[in-house]
Design a protein around this ligand. Structure first.
Ligand SMILES: Nc1ncnc2c1ncn2[C@@H]1O[C@H](COP(=O)(O)OP(=O)(O)O)[C@@H](O)[C@H]1O
Ligand SMILES: [Mg+2]
Length: 473
């Protein structure tokens, strides 16, 4: 009776093993020391595509898994070898990645048991994840962005390396806590930042805030922080991105300062024009009016006014010339009337006569049909550079040279005066140079300034003739 019960139990146990083996996705083999199969699981086709009979015909495990998968001596020594990653080719030629465990056993006349699990999908998703992470890291680095992860239960924060760079810390030096971070926030921003972030953490909300940080190198940086608190009833964690916008901020400040300078320069120019119109042309016209009424009175009284009229006519012609010069200084209509060469020639002559300097002008034959905005740029650059020679160089000579090749027109205005150190220039003090540079940039060209104390100054403006092919520098 007892024997019948134990035989029944054995049968049940074997049936259970068979069902388990048939339905699991792992493949199991047992071989002898020489690698010949002593057991092949019934579901071998799930991974390998080969039937149990196919594998039996192969005879040895090396035909299925390749030779040298395990070191038999090491297996004997350690009893089992786990987590061997191994690629195989299935019956229909697909490559699969397996995780193989080998174990020393003594079952069914065999001595080594192999359990193989197909981890191809897992490996592929791991690879995709790692590629995504690399891409994300690159994007964040390129954007000057750092990330942080604030764990609510422990209060610890994990910084990305970029975040450490923003904070000016070598990796790992900063204690990873919210307090340590707040200590780095500028005192005037600290309360606001603490409130915004703590509330986002408590409410599980989005936050976005801009503030100043000072790193361990005491350099002040402007950052924008964006992120979200995550909650599941209670706050769990907060993830965030920090973007270093210090450079952008500096540029914005410089631009603000510069546009302020431009506005005040415009205002100064307007008052100069008003003064000039009033003091010069206005006064002259008033004088002519008085002269005219005196002449009329004298004519009424029977006097000969011919000489007076001649003087008045000369005065009016003179006023006309002054008005004309004034109009030219507002917009060089000469460019349209005389063409580029003629206009530059006249301008140099005017400056030379008015300011008493010698100007050596050399203009090669320039391409015809230069666009109006290019000629205006070059005209204004010559004008400003020559005014600088007069105003700052102390020299009574200057040279203006135009040269051209198939792609570029180059203008050089040079003097051998006192020169200066361009590194000392602050943008807000050099509106003339800044506007020349801007004018050049607007026609896809560039300005190069060379000057040294005691060795004169050279302003070079290069303008491409085919701007679409020449990137703006
Ligand atoms: N040819 C030059 N020789 C000597 N210094 C010059 C010359 N051109 C420019 N500079 C220096 O560069 C500064 C900036 O010039 P600019 O931008 O034209 O402004 P501004 O003429 O209004 O001073 C000048 O103040 C002067 O110090
Ligand atoms: Mg100037």
């Amino acid at each position: 009776m007892e024997q019948m019960v134990s035989a029944e139990a054995l049968r049940e146990s074997e049936a259970l093993h068979r069902i388990t083996l048939q339905n699991m996705s792992d493949a199991v083999f047992i071989t002898d020391d020489a690698g010949a199969f002593t057991f092949i699981c019934p579901n071998v086709d799930v991974i390998f595509g080969h039937s149990q009979d196919d594998v039996r015909t192969m005879g040895r495990i090396s035909r299925l898994l390749g030779a040298n998968l395990i070191d038999p001596a090491e297996l004997r020594r350690r009893g089992e070898l786990r987590n061997i990653e191994h690629n195989i080719e299935t019956k229909d030629g697909r490559t699969r990645c397996l995780l193989v465990h080998a174990k020393s056993v003594s079952i069914r006349g065999g001595s080594i048991l192999y359990a193989c699990r197909d981890i191809t999908e897992r490996k592929e998703s791991e690879r995709a994840l790692s590629r995504n992470e690399q891409r994300l890291t690159l994007t964040l680095e390129a954007a000057g962005a750092g990330t942080w992860d604030w764990e609510a239960s422990t209060g610890t924060i994990t910084w990305s390396p970029e975040m450490q760079r923003i904070l000016g810390d070598a990796a790992g030096i900063l204690p990873p806590s919210f307090e340590a971070f707040l200590n780095r926030v500028h005192l005037s921003d600290r309360d606001r930042v603490a409130r915004t972030m703590t509330s986002a953490m408590q409410q599980g909300d989005l936050y976005e805030t801009a503030f100043r940080l000072s790193g361990s190198d005491s350099v002040e940086r402007w950052v924008i922080a964006k992120g979200r608190g995550l909650k599941n009833g209670r706050p769990i964690r907060m993830l965030g991105v920090f973007v270093d916008v210090t450079d952008r901020h500096r540029v914005e400040l410089a631009l603000q300062e510069l546009s302020g300078r431009f506005l005040s320069a415009q205002e100064q120019e307007r008052s100069r024009l008003a003064r000039e119109l009033h003091d010069d042309v206005g006064q002259r016209l008033a004088m002519h009016a008085v002269e005219t009424s005196i002449l009329r009175q004298r004519a009424n009284d029977g006097h000969d006014v011919r000489a007076g009229l001649a003087t008045l006519a000369n005065g009016l012609a003179d006023s006309g010339t002054r008005l004309h010069q004034f109009a030219v200084s507002l917009h060089p209509a000469r460019l349209e009337q005389l063409g580029f060469n003629g206009a530059i020639h006249h301008m140099c002559q005017d400056i030379s006569e008015a300011r008493g300097i010698d100007i050596d002008l050399s203009v090669v034959t320039l391409p015809e049909e230069l666009p109006a905005h290019v000629t205006l740029c070059l005209y204004r650059c010559v004008q400003e550079a020559l005014h600088n020679v007069v105003k700052h160089s102390g020299s009574s000579r200057a040279s203006v040279t135009f040269s051209a090749d198939a792609d570029t027109i180059t203008l050089r205005v040079m003097d051998e005066g006192m020169g200066f150190d361009p590194a000392d220039l602050r943008p807000k003090d050099s509106l003339g140079l800044v506007s020349m540079r801007e004018r050049a940039r607007l026609v896809s060209g560039r300005l190069t300034l060379t000057s040294k104390r005691g060795e004169g100054t050279c302003v070079e403006v290069q303008v491409p003739l085919h701007p679409n092919q020449t990137p703006s520098l």
